[in-house]
Design a protein around this ligand. Structure first.
Ligand SMILES: Cc1cc2nc3c(=O)[nH]c(=O)nc-3n(C[C@H](O)[C@H](O)[C@H](O)COP(=O)(O)OP(=O)(O)OC[C@H]3O[C@@H](n4cnc5c(N)ncnc54)[C@H](O)[C@@H]3O)c2cc1C
Length: 367
């Protein structure tokens, strides 16, 4: 077996590392900060391929559903190895409409999803309140999607790092890769404070991936800031499942926290938290779940989603032999983790990209 370097210790780098090590590869993860320092700890952990569906992303939908279907086994294997429960909860999601315009819009989404044969259900306002009594009485209707849900992404980072370590992966925190080294169209290693030889290199540096571009591969990844708030729910006003509202989403964790997210700002690598961002999130949240007004604020944070030119992930072999991309997961990196780990490790070991990720190859941007 060969030797692989993975650049980036987020869920994607760690997930690919663990999978490769399970298959016998020798793997080193380089993380310039600490594992999970990027978007992976900032996320809300929603697993919602259908609730998030737009009118135009059918190929990505197949990959997202594939990944969601892998989650129960993925979480079971992680727990068996690490003894950590990543709190996978698939109790379904509600996308709610607050006024009549929202309801008309939601109805169009519902018809579209039905036309794709997706398992979606239409709930009246009364049905919504029967399911989640703490939601606002103003809510007109909702789409319910069974089988979707969430995972605790911070626990996921911890579990993945432990699983990768136990499988034999060397995790080098505080070590930045400055450059990917090549020779004659083939990768030959990475440069940190020294040049280190590797047979394969996987680029999983999230929003920072573009900085490691080189002639023949220049990943068009940009940072998209997302701000979030966590409040502590009061028992009488608690929420049971993930709720997506017109101006925010609400993700109730098992420990009583409610995550409210997220803004979406194109402001480069700026991770400051703004008053305007928090205001918009709280406005959307109190409109959806009035009890939020009384909840204690326990945390605010911001992270950088790795967006791409077409907002699809960049997965698979580059024009440089031995260099594989696993980046650009934008809003869906937590959801796409099990599928990415599976298909990227397959690509590294076989030398060619599996069909399931063929549409997301880095060479699509050459055209
Ligand atoms: C507010 C917010 C909410 C989100 N909610 C969801 C959600 O509900 N569901 C979902 O599926 N997705 C969600 N996402 C998206 C998800 O978080 C990302 O798609 C995913 O975490 C990307 O993982 P990654 O490992 O590619 O990147 P990251 O987690 O950003 O990891 C990249 C790592 O690479 C390191 N690095 C960078 N450059 C170098 C270098 N040169 N050398 C060494 N290390 C380097 C960084 O320090 C970082 O730790 C959300 C994102 C945000 C910001």
């Amino acid at each position: 077996m060969g030797q692989t370097a993975i650049i980036g210790g987020g869920v994607i780098g760690l997930g690919v590392a663990w999978e490769l090590a399970r298959r016998g590869e020798r793997v080193t993860v380089f993380e310039r900060d600490r594992v999970g320092a990027g978007a992976s700890s900032a996320a809300a952990g929603m697993l919602c391929p259908m609730a998030e569906l737009d009118f135009v992303e059918d190929e990505l939908l197949a990959l997202k559903r594939d990944s969601l279907a892998r989650y129960p086994e993925f979480a079971r294997a992680l727990q068996a190895l690490t003894d950590l429960d990543v709190q996978l909860r698939l109790e379904g999601t509600l996308s709610v409409a607050i006024d009549r315009d929202d309801a008309a819009d939601l109805r169009r989404h519902y018809e579209h999803r039905r036309s794709l044969d997706l398992p979606v259900e239409w709930f009246s306002g009364a049905q919504v309140r029967a399911a989640e009594p703490a939601l606002s009485p103003r809510i007109q209707a909702a789409i319910y999607v069974p089988g979707e849900g969430q995972v605790d992404n911070r626990l996921l980072v911890t579990a993945l790092a432990r699983a990768a370590y136990l499988a034999g992966v060397e995790i080098r925190e505080g070590v930045e890769v400055q450059e990917i080294l090549t020779n004659g169209g083939r990768v030959r290693g990475v440069r940190t404070s020294q040049d280190l030889p590797f047979e394969h290199v996987v680029l999983a540096a999230g929003a920072w991936s573009r900085r490691l571009g080189l002639p023949g591969f220049n990943p068009p990844v940009r940072p998209v800031r997302g701000e979030m708030i966590a409040v502590m729910m009061e028992p009488g006003d608690a929420l049971g499942c993930v709720v997506r509202a017109p101006d925010c989403y609400l993700v109730p964790r098992a420990d009583g926290r409610l995550l409210i997210g997220a803004t979406s700002d194109e402001v480069g690598f700026d991770t400051r938290i703004t008053a305007g961002g928090l205001f918009e999130l709280l406005r959307g949240a109190t409109e959806t779940l009035p009890g939020v007004r009384e909840f204690e604020v326990v945390e605010t944070w911001a992270g950088l989603r790795p967006g791409t030119l077409d907002n699809d992930p960049i997965l698979g072999h580059t024009a440089i032999r031995g260099l594989v991309a696993a980046t650009g997961h934008y809003r869906n990196g937590i959801l796409l983790l099990p599928a990415t780990a599976h298909y990227i490790s397959e690509a590294v070991l076989s030398g060619s990209d599996p069909d399931a990720i063929a549409g997301f190859g880095p060479r699509r941007f050459d055209r």
